[in-house]
Ligand binder design. Structure first.
Ligand code: F3S
Length: 643
């Protein structure tokens, strides 16, 4: 990769950014604009993206590659999802976007197989877009509106992250696979520890991991709050590209010897043991042995993190000549059709089927509550990246996150089991030199002519956001704790996901896992203010989590802190974020208090006074935004600035 002269001693992250930065400079903590080489989207979030592109009058996307996947919302119990899929097929063809056929594979894995390129920038309408860091991309998850802007060729503005050197040394022991590395990172950093940072992996341990394994780690880096994760591009990356017939797309990428990092951590892979995240946060990580013996009801193998070829073969290896426990319902969601076909060729599918596992198509399915919800109070072990309350589809479920080896060992015994306690044969595998021909996975855009676009009755127009009033005088509708997720604000699950593009309908279910009366109360009081702890809005990229409160009349969220992606969505949709200055100020506000805020002249870096008319006190809060973002909020969000 050729570099501009005045930039010596660069990290791998900075080398990629140099190729896509269009505004600002590589100064950490400064605001920069980057242009996407590639974009990706999936059916759940992209309806809003394409509606935005249509309303902007965009006729063709302006990227090297844009790909639309259909993998999230797959249950066709009525017309809604089928209508969405048809709209996506038609609109992508019109705008020059490649569209994966439904069920071709889970977006992040499919992208890694066919489009991911080292040294490039990928902007995707999904928080786990960061999985492409495994192939040496700077990949970042955004909300649907920012995805639309990226597809239109507009820059994405981010704060140039601080860069953490994650030095991997040693080699993983048998039955301790890559998932345990990111669980260890989460144990150390927590769900807030990566905020404002890139996790850049290096060290001799990297060469022991293939691209799919690196992608597991990069994917779940999202759970630390990190902007993204980046791996070098090396011989393993080249091997991966060659296996998918794309070796000519390989470029080397690594940090300079004198690269400057903001923080460092070292993980000795040889000392890791099987780890597990307890319900209902991915950072509540303990060794499996500490919870071994707990009875389980369900195991879900799969998701974008854990069903690449190596995972499937490891699962088959553990299940060979065994049956899963009669007390445990076990499902398997493979990552892509190519992985399925290669696994069949190697006999792995037969071993998994014979053991008594339910086989699903290569989609998100159970991971987002669409197909494999646990029973009431069910204990479910999953290889997915998230275990937030209600995400599985069952509010009362107890979801643990672990590596496939732990999940499959537990499926065999019926209790949480350290896989090293079972007599599982040693396992190793190699990628094929070349995967079998991928077959019919993608629809390519038509070169000329545009067929009619069909909008199902469930696809409603984007709601209009009114400007922010100069004076807010509203009650606190909810007082929320730390780590409120987008799943809390706008629920996942088979009932709710199909109505995600229907804001009036989905808004009726907002915060239903917290307080079922919330949306009614919001309407009755003509909106209000939300108060929350740290890391408000963590989790997925779904912009509906910003749109729905605004639609219900909520004008501001005062929190101890915000997740990066959600903060961007709030700016796009005109929801004012304000940050408490102290724990005491947060503690002093009660649900139902009447707050008064003068928002007539919001200024970057200037505090805002909040009057609590119920308690008769006042406190100051900060605005975590630059002036351009505050101005956008005043007019009802960035959505109103580009129309
Ligand atoms: Fe899909 Fe779950 Fe990954 S919803 S993209 S498999 S986190």
């Amino acid at each position: 990769m050729s570099l501009a002269k005045p930039y010596p001693n660069l990290t791998a992250t900075e080398k990629i950014l140099l190729n896509s930065i269009v505004e600002g400079d590589l100064v950490r903590g400064s605001r920069i604009g980057i242009k996407a080489h590639q974009t990706l989207g999936h059916d759940l979030n992209a309806i809003m993206t394409f509606l935005a592109l249509e309303s902007m009058g965009i006729e063709k996307v302006d990227t090297e590659v844009s790909v639309q996947y259909i993998d999230h919302n797959m249950i066709q119990a009525d017309y809604k999802n089928a209508d969405d899929h048809r709209y996506l097929r038609e609109i992508t063809s019109r705008l020059g976007v490649i569209c994966a056929r439904p069920g071709s594979g889970i977006c992040h894995q499919l992208h890694l197989e066919h489009f991911g390129r080292p040294g490039k920038t990928l902007i995707g309408g999904d928080s786990h877009t960061v999985a492409a860091g495994g192939i040496g991309m700077f990949s970042i998850g955004v909300g649907g509106f920012d995805a639309a802007m990226a597809m239109a060729g507009k820059p994405l503005y981010i704060t140039m992250p601080r860069i953490v050197k994650v030095n991997l040394v040693g080699k993983l022991p048998q039955l301790v696979s890559a998932k345990n590395i990111i669980l260890e990172v989460l144990r150390r950093l927590t769900v807030k520890g990566g905020v404002g940072k890139v996790l850049e992996y290096c060290g001799p341990g990297v060469a022991t991991l293939n691209v799919a394994e690196r992608s597991i780690i990069a994917n779940m880096g999202a759970e630390t709050g990190a902007t993204t994760s980046v791996f070098p591009s090396d011989a393993e990356t080249r091997k991966w590209l060659a296996a998918y017939g794309r070796e000519e797309q390989w470029v080397a990428l690594e940090a300079d010897a004198g690269a400057v990092y903001d923080e460092e951590m070292t993980i000795d892979l040889s000392r890791l043991e099987p780890l597990i995240a307890l319900p209902s946060q991915p950072d509540k990580v303990v060794p499996v042995r500490e919870v071994a013996g707990k009875k389980i009801d369900q195991v879900m193998l799969g998701s974008c993190t854990n069903t690449a070829l190596g995972d499937v073969l490891a699962i088959a290896n553990a299940l060979k000549d065994r049956f899963v426990s009669p007390d445990v319902d076990v499902s398997f969601y493979p990552s892509t059709r190519t992985v399925i076909r290669e696994s069949i060729r190697r006999g792995a599918y037969d071993q998994i089927l014979t053991a008594g596992v339910r086989m699903f198509e290569p989609i998100c399915g159970g991971c987002n509550g669409c197909g494999f919800a646990p029973g009431t109070e069910g204990v479910s072990l999953r290889t997915t990246p998230r275990n937030f309350e209600g995400r599985s589809g069952t509010k009362s479920a107890h979801v643990y996150l672990c590596a496939p080896e732990t999940a499959v060992a537990s499926a065999l015994t019926g209790v949480i089991t350290d896989p090293r306690a079972l007599d599982i044969p040693d396992f190793a595998y190699e990628l094929p030199d070349k995967f079998i021909d991928p077959g019919n996975l993608f629809n390519y855009p038509k070169l000329e002519g545009t067929d009619e676009i069909h909008y199902g009755p469930n696809i409603k127009p984007i709601p209009k956001m009114p400007p922010l009033e100069d004076q807010l005088n509203k009650p606190v509708l909810l007082k929320l704790p730390d780590n409120i997720t987008t799943d809390h604000i706008c629920p996942a699950g088979a009932i709710y996901l199909p109505i995600r593009s229907n804001i009036p309908e989905i808004s009726r279910h907002s915060f239903n896992v917290v307080d079922e009366s919330y949306s009614e109360r919001a309407k009755a009081s003509d909106g209000g203010i939300l108060v929350a702890g740290t890391n408000y809005g963590q989790g997925s990229s779904r912009e509906q989590a910003a749109i729905v409160p605004r639609y219900l009349g909520v004008k501001a969220v005062i929190a101890r802190g915000f997740a990066r992606l959600h903060l961007a969505n709030m700016v796009n949709w005109g929801l004012l974020p304000l940050v408490f200055r102290s724990e005491q100020d947060y503690a002093a506000v009660e649900q139902g208090d009447l707050l008064e805020i003068d928002t007539s002249d919001l200024k970057e870096a200037e505090p805002v006074r909040v009057w609590n008319r119920t308690s008769g006190s006042s406190f100051y809060v900060d605005t975590p935004l630059v002036q351009a973002d505050l101005d956008a909020i005043k007019v009802g969000g960035r959505i109103n600035t580009v129309k």
